[in-house]
Design a protein around this ligand. Sequence first.
Ligand code: PBG
Length: 323
Amino acid sequence: MAFPVHRMRRLRASEGLRSLVRETTLNPGQLILPLFVCPGEGVRREIGAMPGNYQLSVDELVRECAEAQALGVGGVMLFGLPETKDEMASGAYAEDGIVQRAVRALKRELKRLVVITDVCNCEYTSHGHCGKIVDGEVDNDTTLEWLALAAVSHARAGADMVAPSDMMDGRVAAIRAALDAAGFSNTPILAYAAKFASVFYGPFREAAESAPQFGDRRGYQMDPPNAREALREIELDIEEGADMVMIKPALPYLDIICRARERFDVPLAAYQVSGEFSMIVAAARNGWIDRDRAMIESLVAIRRAGAQIILTYFAKDVARLLD
Ligand code: PBG
């Protein structure tokens, strides 16, 4: 027998063949674009560490979302910058809070767009932590009450889904119970189930003005070396009623995505976070890497690991490129 019989290169010989045997696809309809909404009118303030991303007033947000929808992006995830912050995160659950107003406007103008809201307190507290501070620590169970109020207010405004990102224990159960009691038993929960205390959130904290004023988030977000613990977090969130679960960040945690995909059958999302985005953009700006190819390769890797849905600041760029 002539050597070699198997020539793996045969199926790589042309784009047609490569396309035929391609195992993983990227579909803009399964990408979610995170957006930052701020007070005012006509505001479109670029975020220094996240070129091409903006703090948007509600009117500009509607414009941005119309474009995303026209491009076929699967949905948007909203983060809010309130007028004022306080110890009680009251802007997070105010009926006329910034996110609540944004959701109402979006549901009025763009009925088909899937609008998901981030449910957390760190953008609304004066100290930048994700909940109520008691003796220098975030108090879990009081924070659950705030989260439940916020989730219900988002649902009442018309959110298609709520996504708690705080990492308090028991928040999915608390939010599910509150939604059901308020008549929103059909509002799904996307749990940021395995969210690590990551350095890659740095640019986001500029965007959302949510950097903690003291300490860090290691007392509630996960310790990066822990994989088995991540699976337990996911399992608990599913038991508590999460309809979908998320792993965050994405690229540095592909092993967790892969293991979660094998173990759980709920839709699995991954968040390509701000730092992952900014690294690619910064390297491309220096001429060190090809922006589009790095964008696609990183997102394909996240899909290949097993994420069905990806939250990414590249969502519109991908949709444009694949069009
Ligand atoms: C809020 C929240 C954060 C991110 C999403 N939701 C920041 C944090 O936990 O400090 C980060 C997203 C990103 O970096 O793109 N808790």
